[in-house]
Design a protein. Structure first.
Length: 332
């Protein structure tokens, strides 16, 4: 349940939609979804005061989305519903359990936003330390909304986080899409991307880690989190450091829906709750804590069907019972 006394620490902006997930019998099951929606819930479930900036529809699906956010403790910047319909995504799962998507997002509720409206909502919450966006908010059609807001947030001293999380199969102009994603990443203090995202962006390099370094160099970010699927994840700093971590115990994967969203939520939770400043260099101990928290959050998500973000207590218990293997390489 939302607690109005919770100190807001992070504001999120982006899609909240219904995933229509294909079943073996040919029918579709409606599930609450959207990368930013999943991430928002995941932050709140880990006891971080979270403000969701986009409006939600007054239709049946929009009411379900609003109820879920409120139940997890998320504060809505626009609590009154809007008349536009809820976004839809038709989701199929590959044999490996990876989702593929088709989106229906013309004239929908979560896109009924303006840059000035996002800025005003953040100004009304003076305790905010971070803002975060990504995925469908990085579509070229919304460049005039999210890029100015990210720039204004950075100018206001907020830590800006951008999750690349590309969806190239539903973007008709891939060149424009890549340019817009890179423009958003250029405004970030923390960048999160997967090895697949690096390929979709066409980043040059010999392997995922080299590509991640090259992407980090193209942005103004201080840190970059790189997810590697079953191989774990890396954290890189602008100062030339990097750490790689993976869980020591095998993880039973049901599906990967929401895994990246929960990973990023775990990472930022560790940063916010530990009070770790986002500088160009980082110590081994905090880096290990940050990666361990992120990986435990993702692992608990993939053990269930659909995106069910874990609580902070569950994450801390997994970190205690299944510690990560960590390797580090310092900067020059």
């Amino acid at each position: 349940m939302e607690n109005p006394e919770t100190t807001l620490q992070i504001a999120t902006a982006g899609e909240a939609l219904i995933d229509l997930i294909g079943r073996p019998d040919g029918l579709f099951e409606p599930c609450l979804g959207g990368s930013v929606f999943n991430f928002t819930r995941a932050m709140a479930r880990q006891d971080v005061g979270t403000l969701y900036l986009n409006p939600l529809s007054g239709d049946r699906f929009g009411r379900r989305l609003a109820q879920a956010l409120a139940a997890d403790g998320v504060r809505l910047a626009r609590p009154d519903p809007v008349p536009q319909a809820t976004s839809l995504a038709v989701v199929g799962l590959t044999e490996a359990g990876h989702p593929d998507y088709a989106f229906y997002r013309q004239g929908v509720a979560d896109r009924a936003v303006t840059a000035s409206g996002l800025v005003r909502a953040c100004e009304a919450a003076p305790t905010l330390r971070m803002v975060c966006s990504g995925c469908l908010a990085l579509a070229p059609d919304d460049a005039g909304i999210y890029l100015p807001w990210l720039a204004a947030s950075r100018d206001a001293g907020k830590t800006v986080v951008v999750d690349a999380n590309l969806r190239p199969s539903v973007m008709p102009d891939l060149g424009a899409y890549r340019r817009h994603v890179l423009a958003a990443l250029a405004l970030a203090d923390i960048v999160k991307a997967s090895d697949e995202d690096l390929d979709h962006l066409g980043i040059a390099g010999d392997g995922a880690l080299d590509k991640a370094r090259n992407l980090l160099a193209l942005t103004g970010a201080r840190w970059m989190a790189l997810t590697l699927g079953g191989e774990g994840a890396c954290l890189l700093t602008r100062g030339g450091q990097h750490w790689q971590a993976r869980e020591a115990a095998p993880v039973r994967v049901v599906d990967t829906v929401g895994a990246g969203d929960c990973f990023l939520a775990g990472l930022l939770t560790a940063v916010l709750l530990e009070g770790e400043p986002v500088r160009e260099t980082l110590g081994d101990a905090p880096a290990g804590q940050i990666l361990s928290h992120a990986l435990a959050s993702a692992s608990l998500c993939v053990m269930q069907r659909g995106c069910v973000p874990p609580t902070r207590a569950a994450v801390l218990a997994r970190m205690r019972d299944f510690p990560c293997l960590l390797s580090a390489q310092g900067g020059d």
